[in-house]
Design a protein. Structure first.
Length: 66
């Protein structure tokens, strides 16, 4: 099983491939420091344009790249 950091890196890369950048994407520091085996992934905040790109990418719409 991959680590949370590896999954976050893969998610960042996949989102970047469709033109979506989530600047605050990271491993949640609170759950990452806890005893739970899997930390939460913090998607963070983004501006409206990024949210629109994310919606388009999830829907498989063309023109999601910058």
């Amino acid at each position: 099983m991959r680590s949370t950091e590896e999954v976050v890196a893969s998610l960042r890369e996949a989102l970047g491939d469709v033109g979506v950048v989530l600047p605050s994407l990271c491993v949640d520091p609170v759950t990452g420091a806890g005893k739970e085996p899997f930390a939460l992934v913090q998607l963070g905040r983004c501006n409206l344009r990024t949210a629109e790109r994310l919606v388009a990418a999830l829907r498989g719409e063309e023109g999601t790249r910058p």
